[in-house]
Design a protein around this ligand. Structure first.
Ligand SMILES: NC(=O)c1ccc[n+]([C@@H]2O[C@H](COP(=O)([O-])OP(=O)(O)OC[C@H]3O[C@@H](n4cnc5c(N)ncnc54)[C@H](O)[C@@H]3O)[C@@H](O)[C@H]2O)c1
Length: 373
């Protein structure tokens, strides 16, 4: 076994993993950097756009590139990373699970609840190792928050509130699958950034969300599509009706009785990627933000406020390195046969996440009426 120390964390590698990455867009680049940083090798790159696949493969020193994932030589890879738009996740997971290839798939698992449920059943039956990229679980401060709740150091959770704000969808913005409601992406803020907070609320408390109430609000009803494929506010371009949400406010009930809320925005000026979570418990409170990712603020009833630093300037890519390292270790130690305690999200977690997202949409379509999950 090879062991190296990256910042303050020991990363072990029993065997170099040969990886195939499907997709060569934004998140595929983060995967590629993190695969290499965790001491593993990118064997094959697949993108439907040949020039993109070739450039990505050359940049990350991959052995080969292809345009069709079905042509990957599965005997030469140890794990496949699915980094495409969510509408393609289902068919790709089915294809590789059927061949018993370990899978790391980007969130959300799917856009449809029935597809998520089919995958959940299939993976349970076949016992193929699958990790869903809810990478925020892999900040040391988030794991410490979870431990404190699990060990009852703060008492029972009473109320949680969080927010996730990005500025990416302030026009002008490139039109993409994210705005393609007719192609199945009938959610945007909720499935893209909200799914992370939904996962964190359930991960940190260890409790399922059972009911939701949601309202959506857009900055404007329409934008205009120009010849370069950008959505703008220039009325001389072709009208483009926004059919999914820029922002959302959601209220949750957890199975243990705690309440939670989240505010989401894809149109927050000045916020590139800010995620915050606060938890108020019977005997204390804790909060965390990815802008100060190593810092966990804690206060205990009758005691002092404290702030602990748990990492060494942990960044977005580090959360991916930590997640991949844990998953590869799980695969190498026998996958389902291993008794490793894992932090990574599995298909059943991601399936519940899809159900919560679908219930949120249903509630928003019904003027915020509470919906069961
Ligand atoms: N965990 C996070 O924080 C995070 C952040 C951003 C995106 N994501 C997720 O990652 C996924 C991709 O997002 P993105 O921002 O990288 O999108 P993107 O549009 O930048 O990239 C998608 C890539 O998939 C490729 N592709 C499309 N169809 C394909 C096919 N049939 N075969 C092979 N390649 C194909 C495209 O050419 C492109 O390279 C989404 O599920 C998204 O929600 C997660």
């Amino acid at each position: 076994m090879v062991k190296i120390r990256i910042e303050n964390k020991w990363i072990s590698r029993e065997k170099m993993m040969n990886i195939a990455i499907i997709g060569a867009g934004f998140i595929a680049g983060v995967h590629a950097k993190s695969i290499l940083a965790s001491g593993n090798y990118i064997h094959t790159v697949i993108s439907n756009i040949p020039s993109q696949a070739a450039e990505f493969a050359a940049f990350f020193n991959a052995k080969e590139w292809k345009t069709d994932y079905k042509t990957i030589d599965i005997n030469s890879i140890d794990c496949v990373h699915i980094c495409t738009e969510p509408s393609l996740h289902y068919e790709m997971i089915c294809f590789f699970a059927d061949k018993n290839v370990p899978i790391i798939c980007e969130k959300p698992l799917t856009l449809k609840a029935d597809e998520a449920e089919k995958l959940d059943g299939m993976i349970r039956e076949k016992e193929v190792p699958v990790c869903l990229c809810f990478n925020n679980r892999f900040y040391p401060a988030v794991q410490e928050m979870r431990r404190k709740i699990a060990e009852n150091e703060l008492g029972a959770p009473i109320m949680l509130y969080g927010s996730y704000e990005q500025s990416f969808h302030i026009p002008p913005v490139m039109n993409s699958w994210r705005f393609d409601a007719d192609g199945g992406n009938d959610l945007r803020a909720v499935s893209e950034i909200g799914s992370h907070l939904i996962d964190l609320i359930q991960f940190v408390t260890g409790e399922n969300i059972v009911r939701v109430s949601a309202k959506f609000k857009n900055r404007t009803e329409k934008l205009y599509l120009n010849g370069e494929g950008q959505l703008t506010e220039d009325r001389t371009d072709k009208e483009f009706v926004l059919k999914n949400e820029d922002t959302a406010i959601v209220m949750f009930e957890l199975e243990g009785g705690a309440l939670a809320s989240m505010c989401l925005s894809e149109i927050s000026a000045g916020k590139v990627n800010e995620l915050r979570l606060n938890i108020i418990c019977k005997d204390g409170r804790a909060d965390w933000s990815n802008d100060l990712p190593d810092r966990l603020n804690i206060a205990v009833k009758g005691g002092d406020d404290s702030s602990v630093t748990l990492g060494m300037q942990t960044g977005f890519s580090d959360s991916y390195i930590n997640m991949f390292s844990e998953f590869y270790k799980f695969v190498n130690s026998g996958g389902f046969a291993s008794d490793m305690e894992n932090n990574f999200a599995v298909v059943s977690d991601a399936c519940k996440n899809v159900s919560v997202c679908r219930a949120i949409l249903k509630s928003a379509e019904n003027d915020g009426t509470f919906m069961g999950v």
